[in-house]
Ligand binder design. Structure first.
Ligand code: FES
Ligand SMILES: [Fe+2]
Length: 452
């Protein structure tokens, strides 16, 4: 078959085994082209709404050469501005050294170079000697440029393309599938970031499949099977576990430990997960799991253990003002455990917690990326902790994540090897990765997965 005939261009094509050439991961030309063809064209998750809760609160978001200020201009309105002074191009808001982004609150933005001043909407309110410009600074030329901004799920989303369509159209079907989880009500328990020695796609793809679990996280094998599916969802994709028949509620993230006595193994898995990943569970779930052996008789069937564990944790949370949304098991099994939002964001959702990843290129170097992870949960009104993005060296992340990280630089190096023949993806478990590259190729004009 000629290369043209092998190009993967539809969801149907993704059902077959495909090969992803290394170009998208290692080519400096490809990485350079991403700025204009990809990053300046797509909706990007740029922060959380709770980070700009007050009028005048702002954060910045950087993607390669571009930087955006997102500011709350009124109790119910946010705006995004290009983070650049229209006079001679100084950045308006500087990121403090060692920080992920700028964050603060102010009544206006004053440029540090010559003092041009802008209100929260970006309109120029002051400049020295305006008459020197002979009336030419009209039609907004002295104002800061606007960026498209919308919100969904508690996140702020920006698009650098002035012609971009609405966020709704872009995010579907992820939006409809995730709305029942009310992710906008969750607040971060922790958020960490670091610079990795790998392409941003290598970092994202390490979390977009369950095929690696047995080898990379061997400790989890004791707790059951982690075989899972991956599906194309238009521009996006999702993954989930294959639950045993009759135990469909176990296809979500709140699942039982396998083995003789699910009361014990569920507690073991919860304790291990809390201590070594600090994600995908909460103190309430862990505490109730640890009481299962006292509160349920030996021999309680797995489905009954699951029901009791979840219902008890739900009731105990409700008693302290933490109300989980109700999602029916049918929907849970369709929604799976995580959504890969094109191109660089993953939401690992559950009814009471979530784990999200994002990766961005670092200074245009195809071999580096900024990687970040945040864990969220539901808190009683007003009791969410104040968190900041913490730069965290690899050795200081939870051990399970370090296991994932251990592959990344080695994959990046390996893909450059003249003997590497392209990624040969598992068409069932790694289809999200093939889906990403099929969609990337539409923006980039190159790098599509190929059928054998
Ligand atoms: S560059 Fe901003 S006032 Fe001159
Ligand atoms: Fe992993």
């Amino acid at each position: 078959m000629g290369e043209e005939a092998r190009i993967v261009a539809s969801a149907q094509d993704l059902m077959e085994p495909v090969n992803v050439p290394a170009e998208a991961y290692v080519s400096p030309e490809y990485a350079r082209a991403e700025r204009d063809r990809l990053w300046r064209k797509v909706w990007l998750q740029a922060g959380r709404m709770e980070d700009i809760a007050e009028v005048g609160s702002y954060i910045t978001f950087d993607i390669l050469d571009d930087s955006v200020i997102i500011v709350r201009t009124a109790p119910d309105t946010i705006k995004a501005l290009h983070n650049v002074c229209p006079h001679r191009g100084r950045k308006l808001a500087d990121v403090p050294p060692g920080k992920r982004n700028a964050r603060g609150r102010r009544p206006n933005f004053i440029c540090g170079y010559h003092g041009w001043t802008f209100d929260l909407e970006g309109r120029n309110t002051y400049l020295e000697h305006p008459d020197d410009w002979q009336g030419k600074l009209c039609d907004g030329l002295a104002d800061v440029g606007q960026v498209k901004v919308e919100s969904w799920g508690g996140w702020i989303w920006i698009n650098l393309d002035p012609q971009a369509g609405p966020l709704n159209d872009y995010l579907e079907p992820a939006m409809t599938m995730l709305d029942p989880y009310q992710l906008q009500n969750m607040r971060p328990r922790w958020r960490k970031w670091v610079v990795f020695e790998c392409n941003w796609k290598v970092a994202m793809e390490a979390f977009a499949e369950t095929y690696h679990v047995n080898t990379t996280h061997p400790e989890f094998m004791e707790f059951g099977q982690f075989r899972g599916w991956a599906r194309n969802q238009g521009l996006h994709s999702n993954i989930g576990y294959d639950a045993p028949k009759g135990q469909e509620e176990d296809s979500g993230k709140l699942r039982l430990g396998a083995g003789e006595d699910p009361r014990i193994t569920t507690a073991d898995m919860q304790n291990f997960t809390w201590a070594n990943a600090n994600t995908n569970t909460t103190t309430t779930l862990v505490a109730v799991a640890n009481r299962l052996k006292d509160e349920l008789p030996e021999g309680t069937p797995a489905a009954e253990v699951s029901r009791y564990w979840i219902q008890t944790a739900r009731a105990e949370d409700e008693a302290r003002g933490v109300v989980w949304p109700t999602v029916d098991p049918q929907h849970t099994s369709q929604a799976g455990t995580a959504w890969q939002i094109f191109p660089n964001f993953q939401i690992g959702h559950a009814v009471n917690n979530m784990l999200c990843y994002m990766a961005r290129p670092y200074k245009g170097d195809p071999d580096k990326c900024i990687f970040e992870a945040a864990v969220y949960e539901l808190y009683p009104e007003g009791q969410a902790p104040e968190t900041e993005w913490e730069y965290t060296e690899l050795a200081d992340w939870p051990p399970v994540l370090q296991q994932d990280f251990a592959n990344m630089a080695a994959v990046q190096q390996g893909m450059k090897n003249v003997g590497f023949r392209g990624a040969q993806l598992n068409p069932y478990m790694e289809r999200s990765i093939a889906s990403l590259h099929m969609n990337l190729a539409r923006f980039m004009g190159t790098g599509a997965p190929l059928r054998y």
